[in-house]
Design a protein around this ligand. Structure first.
Ligand code: IBG
Length: 267
C-alpha cells in the first residue's frame, strides 16, 4: 500500500512536471527550426539576385546597373522615394557611411560605388587577367568616371550655369577623354579596350558615350573608332538587352528626379 501510494505520488509529480519538460522540448525544437529557416533564407539570399537600393533614377547607381546588366546578372531594386525610407536605412545600420548606393550581394551590404563595381567586375571576370591589366582598367574607368561626374552634377546646376557646364562637358569629352580611347582602339586594332577581352572599362566607356551623345549628339563625329566601338557594344547580347525598352536602364534625369533627390537627402 505504501509503495502504491508512493508510486501514485511519483506519477502525480511527473504529471505536474511533464508540461514543463514538454514546453522546453518543443521550444528548443521550435527555435532550432527557426534558426535553420533563417540560415536557409540567408543562404538563399547569398545565392540570389543582388538587391540595389537607390533612387528611381540614374545618379550614382547607373554605372552599377550597367555593369551588372553587361555581366548578364539580374538584380532587384528598392527605390527611395522619401526621406523616412532613407532615415530608416541609416537607423537600421544598413549604410556604412550613411550614403547610397547600397548593394546587397553575397551576404554583404556594400556601399561606395567604386568598391561595389570592383567587386562585381572581379566576380564576373570583367577585371583583366592580371594586376597590370587591372591597373589599366582602373585608369580608364577612373578617367571616364571623372567625365561622368560632370554629367551626374549637370541636372543640379543652376539655370544660369547650364550653358557653361554643357560646354565644359563637350570640351572635356572631345579634347581630353574620347581621344584617349580613340587612340587606344586604333593602336591595337582590337574590339575591346584591354587585353582583347570585354571588361569593365568597355562597359564604362559605352555608358559614357551614350550619356554624352544625349547632350551633344554629334560628339562622335571626329572619332571613327569610337563609332565602331559603339556599334559593336550595342550588339553584345547583354548590352543589347539593356538598351531595349523595359530594361532596368533609367531615363535621363527630369525635374521630378531632381526634386526627389533634394527631398530624400535633405538635412
Ligand atoms: N563616395 C560615395 C559613393 O561613391 O558611393 C558617394 C555616395 C553619395 O554621394 N551618395 C549620395 C548620398 O547618399 C547619394 S547620390 N548622400 C547623402 C549624404 O548624406 O551624403 C547623390 C548624387 C546625385 C547626383 I543623385 C550627383 C551627385 C550625387
Amino acid at each position: 500500500m505504501h509503495m502504491e501510494l508512493q508510486n501514485a505520488h511519483m506519477a502525480n509529480k511527473a504529471r505536474l512536471i511533464s508540461p514543463y519538460w514538454q514546453n522546453t522540448f518543443f521550444l528548443s525544437i521550435f527555435s532550432m527550426m527557426m534558426a535553420m529557416r533563417l540560415r536557409n533564407q540567408e543562404l538563399r539570399n547569398m545565392s540570389g539576385k543582388p538587391r540595389l537600393t537607390y533612387l528611381n533614377g540614374r545618379g550614382r547607381m547607373e554605372p552599377i546597373r550597367w555593369l551588372l546588366a553587361a555581366a548578364g546578372v539580374e538584380f532587384e531594386e528598392v527605390y527611395l522615394e522619401t526621406k523616412e525610407q532613407y532615415d530608416k536605412l541609416i537607423k537600421d545600420g544598413s549604410l556604412l557611411f550613411q550614403q547610397v548606393p547600397l548593394v546587397e550581394i553575397d551576404g554583404m551590404k556594400m556601399v561606395q560605388t567604386r568598391a561595389i563595381m570592383s567587386y562585381i567586375a572581379g566576380k564576373y571576370n570583367l577585371y583583366g587577367k592580371d594586376l597590370k591589366e587591372r591597373a589599366l582598367i582602373d585608369m580608364y574607368v577612373e578617367g571616364i568616371s571623372d567625365l561622368m561626374q560632370m554629367i551626374l552634377m549637370f541636372p543640379f546646376s543652376p539655370p544660369d550655369a547650364k550653358e557653361k557646364n554643357l560646354e565644359s562637358i563637350k570640351e572635356r569629352a572631345t579634347n581630353r577623354y574620347f581621344p584617349v580611347f580613340e587612340k587606344v582602339l586604333k593602336q591595337h586594332g582590337q574590339d575591346f579596350l584591354v587585353g582583347n577581352k570585354f571588361s569593365w572599362a568597355d562597359v564604362q566607356l559605352m555608358e559614357a558615350i551614350l550619356a554624352v551623345e544625349e547632350k551633344v549628339p554629334a560628339v562622335l563625329s571626329g572619332f571613327p573608332q569610337l563609332q565602331v566601338f559603339k556599334t559593336k557594344m550595342s550588339n553584345m547580347p547583354t548590352i543589347k538587352k539593356f538598351l531595349q525598352p523595359g530594361s532596368p536602364r533609367k531615363p535621363p534625369p527630369d525635374a521630378h528626379y531632381v526634386e526627389t533627390v533634394l527631398k530624400v537627402f535633405k538635412k
